[in-house]
Ligand binder design. Structure first.
Ligand SMILES: N[C@@H](CCC(=O)N[C@@H](CS)C(=O)NCC(=O)O)C(=O)O
Length: 202
């Protein structure tokens, strides 16, 4: 198996963090999204949407979508679990991971695309869209701040896919003009601690 990736981008990063936490070693091949290597006809055969990461399977087929890739590895390597052990633990972990992706990562992506000059020629930028996304980001961080409380990891005593996605999202926020509001004290404490883990290093 091989992972096509671009380590500075948030979706690849959440898979990298996951793989490092699980001690899974994979061949990595960088595809530079800044120079649009992910938009070549050859790469679009692997993922017609052009997004990274893409997992190439041993039969030559490809798996896209970060969450599907993490869940595939989780089924291949169930120990030590990073989605939870019981049906309810797994549902709760997926619940929070979805909030981290849709409520935090996607909101930061919207802010980035609507404010950064890199996107000026690619999308019709809207200050209103960016402001709405900042409101959505704050609502979702309020919920996560409450859920994290004083836990060492997002879901409790151990790291899960929710930590992987939230860490990658907030790290991207630093670059994307949406740094974490340190008023979310529980999220900030968790983020600072998680950043020290070997899995979180670039
Ligand atoms: N829903 C996909 C999103 C993939 C995606 O959009 N990746 C971004 C990097 S974070 C990308 O490749 N952007 C460059 C592009 O689409 O041209 C996932 O979860 O993996």
């Amino acid at each position: 198996m091989k992972l096509y990736t671009f380590s500075l981008a948030p979706n690849p990063r959440r898979v990298h963090v996951y793989l490092a936490e699980k001690c899974i070693e994979l061949t990595l091949e960088t595809v530079d999204i800044v120079t649009a290597q992910n938009r070549t006809p050859e790469f679009l055969k692997k993922n017609p949407l052009g997004g990274l990461p893409v997992l190439e399977l041993d039969d030559g087929s490809h798996l896209t979508e970060s969450l599907a890739i993490m869940e595939y590895f989780e089924e291949l390597h169930p120990e030590k679990p990073m989605i939870g052990r019981t049906p309810l633990e797994r549902a709760r972990t997926r619940e929070v991971e979805r909030i981290a992706e849709i409520g935090v990562l996607s909101a930061i992506g919207t802010i980035f695309q609507n404010t950064n000059p890199l996107f000026a020629g690619r999308v019709k930028q809207s200050a209103d869209a960016a402001e709405n996304a900042r409101t959505r980001l704050a609502s979702n961080l309020t919920v996560l701040d409450h859920k994290i409380g004083d836990k060492p990891f997002v879901m409790g005593a151990d790291p899960t896919i929710a930590d992987c996605t939230l860490f990658a999202a907030l790290k991207f926020g630093e670059f994307a003009g949406a740094p974490l509001d340190r008023g979310f004290r529980n999220v900030a404490r968790w983020y600072d601690a998680f950043a020290q883990r070997p899995s979180a290093k670039d």
